[in-house]
Write a protein that binds this ligand. Structure first.
Ligand SMILES: Cc1cc2nc3c(=O)[nH]c(=O)nc-3n(C[C@H](O)[C@H](O)[C@H](O)COP(=O)(O)O)c2cc1C
Length: 198
């Protein structure tokens, strides 16, 4: 079936999942605290191993003094479109966890996995509220660590642009032809069944 975004699904997943997509064309509107914190709130309710909640969100809204610093962390190709974001986020995860009944931190085996779940919640909540998000791996995570004072026991995971989606004419010409929802490989290539073939 074809969804409002033009995406085609094989089974009837809720449009929340299928119609979320990572637009790059943003209007340049700054996001309000009300909306931004609704996204963080959604992320907060992600599941995590032992409820350890390893995610931490660092952010700069577009009119904040640190927005240019955040933008400078991105590789140039990402800066071309992310400069119109309403906020930029750097998502980090705590690599250790103090388990109930213990006072010593131990390695948190699932910190990255759990933080990915928080990102997904954030992205879906944004989509519900009419905002677009795009995760960004193309950034200097070591510079982010240094410049944002990220402690050693946190992993720098990803940057995230959050923007009010707008007309593709707002975009740098390199990205205009790419500005539509992509598709997915067939489900049968992801759902293996009980075993991989021997
Ligand atoms: C960890 C991660 C890193 C990504 N890095 C970038 C990036 O550096 N630049 C970019 O334009 N998109 C980046 N993306 C966006 C993906 O290309 C996009 O999510 C994917 O093509 C699926 O499209 P959709 O989000 O619109 O469904 C990244 C996504 C993830 C999850």
């Amino acid at each position: 079936m074809t969804y409002a975004s033009g995406r085609k699904a094989e089974y009837r997943a809720d449009p929340l999942f299928v119609d979320r997509w990572s637009a790059r064309a943003y209007t340049g509107e700054e996001i309000s605290d009300d909306i931004l914190f609704a996204l963080f709130e959604a992320a907060r309710w992600a599941p995590s191993a032992s409820n350890s909640q390893p995610w931490r969100f660092l952010y700069a809204k577009r009119n904040a003094p640190d927005f240019d610093l955040y933008l400078s962390l991105l590789v140039e190709r990402n800066r071309l479109w992310a400069k119109n974001a309403g906020a930029l986020v750097v998502l980090v995860s705590k690599k250790t966890h103090i388990r109930p009944g213990s006072s010593e931190p131990t390695p948190a085996r699932y910190h990255t996995f759990d933080t990915g779940a928080a990102w997904a919640n954030l992205a879906l909540q944004a989509s519900l509220l009419g905002w677009s998000t795009r995760a960004i791996g193309g950034f200097d995570s070591e510079a982010a660590r240094r410049q944002l004072n990220v402690p050693d026991d946190y992993a720098v995971e990803v940057a995230i642009a959050i923007g009010r989606p707008g007309d593709k004419a707002l975009l740098h010409e390199d990205f205009q032809a790419l500005e539509s929802p992509n598709q997915r490989r067939p489900l049968a290539e992801s759902v293996i069944g009980a075993r991989f073939p021997a």
